[in-house]
Design a protein around this ligand. Structure first.
Ligand code: FES
Length: 100
């Protein structure tokens, strides 16, 4: 199973392929802020993928539309609730709203 390294906490967690990064991060014991997407805010799931981004597959049109509404999005950006693990290890950097 691929291993997810979570920064800045420097925790690692295994996850099965097809599992979302959000599920893996919660399994690692890292508390995340509640989802606010029902209110139209997606910042709570915005993170940078610093390694293994290609393994996650491409973002869907819906994810890209959500990312377009977030300030500070870059080429490494993904939503942890949408990005699903592929076969390779991934490093995810949690951002302000996520990293506690
Ligand atoms: S769970 Fe709501 S934006 Fe990710």
């Amino acid at each position: 199973m691929p291993i997810v390294t979570i920064k800045p906490q420097d925790k690692t967690q295994e996850g099965a392929e097809g599992t979302t990064l959000r599920e893996v991060i919660i399994a690692a014991g890292i508390p995340l802020n509640e989802c606010t997407c029902a209110k139209g805010y997606f910042d709570n799931c915005h993170a940078f993928i610093t390694e293994g981004k290609k393994s996650l597959g491409k973002a869907t049109r819906e994810e890209n539309e959500r990312l377009d509404q977030i300030v500070g999005v870059g080429s490494k950006s993904r939503l942890i609730c949408e990005a699903k693990l592929g076969p390779e290890n991934v490093t995810v950097e949690l951002l302000g709203a996520l990293s506690g």
